[in-house]
Write a protein that binds this ligand. Sequence first.
Ligand SMILES: NC(=O)c1ccc[n+]([C@@H]2O[C@H](COP(=O)([O-])OP(=O)(O)OC[C@H]3O[C@@H](n4cnc5c(N)ncnc54)[C@H](OP(=O)(O)O)[C@@H]3O)[C@@H](O)[C@H]2O)c1
Length: 333
Amino acid sequence: MIPETFKAMIVYSTSEVHHERRIALKFIRDLPPGDVLIQVKYSSLNYKDALSANGNRGVTRSYPHTPGIDAAGIVAESSHPAFQPGDPVLVTGYDLGMNTSGGFGQYVRVPADWVVKLPATLSLKESMVYGTAGFTASLSVLKLVEHGLTPDSGDILVTGATGGVGSLAVAMLSKIGYPVTAATGKTDQNDFLKSLGAKAVISRADITDSSERPLLKARWAGVVDTVGGSILASALKSTIQRAAVTCCGNVASPAFAATVYPFILRGITLYGIDSASTPMPLRQKIWRKIAGEWKIGSLDLLHTEILLEGLEQAIEKMMSGGQRGRTIVNLEN
Ligand SMILES: NC(=O)c1ccc[n+]([C@@H]2O[C@H](COP(=O)([O-])OP(=O)(O)OC[C@H]3O[C@@H](n4cnc5c(N)ncnc54)[C@H](OP(=O)(O)O)[C@@H]3O)[C@@H](O)[C@H]2O)c1
């Protein structure tokens, strides 16, 4: 039986500096139109959610709004033949949680072509330990693999390594045999990163170069960069011949200074990663990888579970750069 109301985080915002978050009831009838109504069991916290929850108009145009770019749950109602009530499903990206009421509420209603059937070897909870962060890490890993890098190609650098995307990239690359160097700003997280499989842990300062030199000592066969800014610029200069670098994030800065030299003297490739609009066939391929050969054993180490009421503190921690691993949100209560 579908209730009339459900519990959700609602963000009220008049500007990027004036916002307020409350846990309150919303009406199912006020959800946007869509083919599939999903009772959300788990969601997860991503950087984009923290921005939306802080009134960022680049992510969410109008408020009041319920963030949550990830949702995993059970189909409650469907007007599309591909989905039946009772089906376990997940949604990540597209417009969910941006301008469409998101996974920080116990129900979402979305178009059928945003919905992925939950792979048989993943639980709803596990799917949200991955969520958009794990999906993005997997897209980055796939780029390195398709580029032709093998575990023998050389060291792979992961930046922002204790964060959501970073920690899953460290664990996933290590699981499939690549030697990972994890770069972090947190001096006390060596053991955590080693437990995820990192071969070496280095400090953020060690990979940040402020010189004008166009090239640095060749170190990295591949890079999964999650932070942007001068760290990405320095990583580009520190690559070996024909290296591959992926770029997905901007927590350090959206801007980076580069020259053509790593490209024309070392033949490197820079790949952009855009998870939200990943076409469905690639999306399904990635979820099969996550649930299959790339599935990692350290999911328990990697996540903290909270209720909607715990989001307030978790969002503040993420905005201050303090995220470690993944935070998943249990919406059952
Ligand atoms: N393109 C896409 O499709 C896509 C998808 C998902 C996420 N993203 C982006 O990827 C980035 C990471 O997302 P996330 O969910 O992993 O965020 P997160 O969990 O908050 O992790 C970010 C990590 O970056 C590091 N960091 C924080 N502030 C920094 C700074 N000022 N300079 C350098 N490093 C800093 C920290 O790790 P350490 O302390 O270990 O260094 C932090 O834990 C965000 O920009 C997000 O928007 C993009």
